[in-house]
Design a protein around this ligand. Structure first.
Ligand code: ADP
Ligand code: MG
Length: 261
């Protein structure tokens, strides 16, 4: 009896949080998560460049860094500002893209903060419930890898258009990505497509494998290119600096736009 009351309370709590998130994001038309099973596949890179490509297509775009442990979005964008922490939370704007990240609230981005799982989920909830985005056409969400509290709470609370999966070309990476995709589908969230990142002439195919297994679209293939590191290390966005990279991301952004309009 007590157990049943407990689980009902839990469901009620999730539902009311969902309402709060929904109310806060009323003026945000589309929400796209960028996700992969592993770290280092290029989620943050893809999330940022996708956000900038959508901006180039003329949309109002926000970028939510849901990776609380390794909040890299502001590092990649060379944002040194700090937010004041007053509510509602105000995103920082860079090149017309609005950004919220846990790093904006830390005194020193080099200092490690050891967050416990429940706190991470709370912080992500806080971002979803209390960020003053204003009107947005697209909110792009950069997720941490795997199935920790943060991706799960986003999948539970946010009414998403769906996820873009990022895989590297290798067969094992593809298998892990397929497993992530199946988990997302089980939670009744859509998989919008897959991007193969870091492809080379003799190492490609993971993206196609994932797309076929999940019956979804291969949105694009991004070659391995040292320029990504060079640009991000100096706070520059590849889409704004390199024509080939720009064209590939504009193609991907256009496909998503056509899918979601
Ligand atoms: N296509 C690419 N070619 C070369 N380096 C890349 C490419 N995509 C990402 N990187 C680099 O790989 C590293 C990991 O990328 P990141 O976006 O942080 O991955 P994740 O968010 O999945 O952990 C970064 O140093 C980034 O600059
Ligand atoms: Mg990342």
């Amino acid at each position: 009896m007590q157990e049943q009351a407990g689980s009902q309370n839990f469901i009620a709590a999730v539902l009311s949080k969902k309402q709060l998130v929904k109310a806060n994001l009323e003026k945000v038309k589309h929400k796209i998560g960028v996700y992969s099973a592993k770290g280092g596949t290029g989620k943050t890179t893809i999330a940022i460049n996708l956000a900038y490509a959508l901006k180039e297509l003329g949309y109002k775009v926000g970028l939510l860094d849901a990776d609380i442990d390794t909040p890299n979005v502001t590092l990649f964008l060379g944002i040194n500002q700090r937010a004041d922490g007053a509510y509602p939370l105000k995103p920082v704007e860079k090149d017309g893209v609005k950004v919220i990240s846990s790093s904006l609230f830390m005194d020193d981005s080099k200092k490690p903060i050891i967050w416990r799982g429940p706190l991470i989920a709370k912080l992500v909830e806080d971002f979803m419930q209390n960020t003053a985005w204003g009107e947005l056409d697209y909110l792009v969400i950069d997720l941490p890898p795997g199935t920790s509290d943060s991706p799960l709470s986003i999948m539970q609370l946010l009414d998403m258009d769906g996820f873009v999966l990022v895989t590297t070309p290798q067969h094992i990476a593809a298998l892990n990505t397929i497993r992530s995709g199946l988990m997302i589908k089980r939670l009744n969230v859509a998989v919008l497509g897959v991007i193969e990142n870091m492809s080379t002439a003799d190492n490609t195919g993971g993206g196609k494998e994932v797309a076929e297994a999940l019956n979804t679209e291969l949105l694009g293939t991004i070659p391995y290119n040292e320029k990504f590191n060079k640009f991000s290390d100096s706070g520059k966005v590849p889409v704004e600096e390199d024509n080939d990279i720009r064209e590939e991301f504009i193609r991907i952004a256009s496909k998503l736009k056509d899918m979601l309009h």
